[in-house]
Design a protein around this ligand. Structure first.
Ligand SMILES: [Zn+2]
Length: 336
């Protein structure tokens, strides 16, 4: 089983993790239509960079709900092909409603069905718009087995998807296993996990995928810059924002790291010059290198144990070389 990290593209990242100039080549990435209008990122003018072999292009369905954006399925479909998507994720209408700033609630009954019907309609319109034969992923939703069954049964009739994208609901292990089981038993070989920076849950997914015959798993997160992943790989700081605002204690930021990225780009030298911004750019690339390295170890580990509980215990004890250097173990990734 392959477990591959697809870092999210940001306009302000000035180093390419895919092209070799950073001491590594990781030819994967993800970009979302939901960021087109935000102005923060480079999506408006974004084109797949040379060297990226598998570009995932998400639709922005979640942002339409949470950020009040609107695009038609045709607009998203055209944009996906214009940027050079290798994997296009259909514009879903997640079965949720906004109940506060960035907060959503799950929908039930007729409201759930309405979201499903909209997703089906969007899918039909996108399929009719696509001109390129690159891969298309469905998006699977449902808070329990009956919702998940209904969503999968109806949506999978619309198109023979090359793979499916799923979200990780916190503290909802059963629907997660149920979704992966359902997809695996239906013969789906490719799954993408939407935004997560929790390696314990990724490991759990990897486990289920192995059990149910899914061969190829990708996952995305912006966390290599400012959340959970960076806390671990950047042990002494909370996030990018605090680095930028911190006036004292620069020595705390120092990376004790000998990875290829740090060997070539020398982040600590920028710190010595007082250039924390440049240091931050390099740190983000360094994080991507380590996240993918841990992912490969996790994919290897799931071959060897029998239950999730065992794998958790193994993780607690395991000392990956890089994490040991930084004084961490894999269990430090866990949010649970
Ligand atoms: Zn490093």
């Amino acid at each position: 089983m392959k477990l591959i990290y697809t870092p999210v593209f940001f306009g302000h990242l000035r180093y390419s993790w895919w092209a070799g100039e950073c001491g590594m080549t990781h030819p994967y990435g993800l970009i979302s239509a939901g960021d087109i209008t935000s102005g923060v990122n480079a999506q408006k003018t974004f084109k797949k960079p040379k060297g990226i072999e598998e570009l995932y292009v998400d639709s922005g369905g979640y942002q339409m709900i949470t950020q009040g954006m609107y695009f038609t399925p045709e607009q998203v479909a055209e944009w996906q092909e214009n940027v050079g998507a290798d994997v296009k994720i259909i514009l879903d209408h997640p079965p949720r409603k906004l109940v506060g700033v960035g907060m959503t609630e799950r929908l039930e009954g007729p409201e759930f069905v309405k979201c499903l019907d909209e997703t089906i309609d969007n899918t039909k319109r996108m399929i009719a718009t696509y001109k390129q034969s690159t891969k298309v992923y469905g998006a699977l939703h449902g808070k329990d087995s009956s919702q998940t069954d209904m969503w999968f049964t109806k949506l999978s009739k619309v198109y023979d998807f090359d793979g499916w994208a799923i979200s990780i609901a916190r503290k909802a292990a059963e629907p997660l296993e149920y979704k992966i089981k359902l997809l695996g038993e239906a013969g789906i070989k490719r799954i993408h996990i939407f935004g997560t920076a929790n390696f314990m849950v990724i490991a759990k997914c990897a486990r289920y995928m192995r059990d149910y015959g899914v061969e190829y798993c990708t996952f995305d997160s912006t966390g290599y810059i400012a959340t959970k992943f960076s806390n671990v790989f950047y042990p002494t700081i909370e996030n990018m924002m605090t680095w930028f605002s911190r006036a004292e204690g620069k020595h705390e930021l120092r990376l004790a790291c000998d990875c290829p990225v740090c060997r070539i780009l020398k982040p600590n030298e920028y710190l010595d010059q007082g250039d924390e911004v440049e240091f931050g750019y390099i740190a983000s690339i360094h994080n991507i290198y380590h996240i993918q390295r841990v992912a490969e170890v996790v994919a290897e580990l799931v071959k060897y144990d029998d239950t999730y509980k065992e794998i958790l215990n193994i993780y607690k004890d395991i000392k990956l070389p890089i994490l040991t250097e930084l004084g961490y173990s894999l269990s430090d990734f866990a949010e649970e």
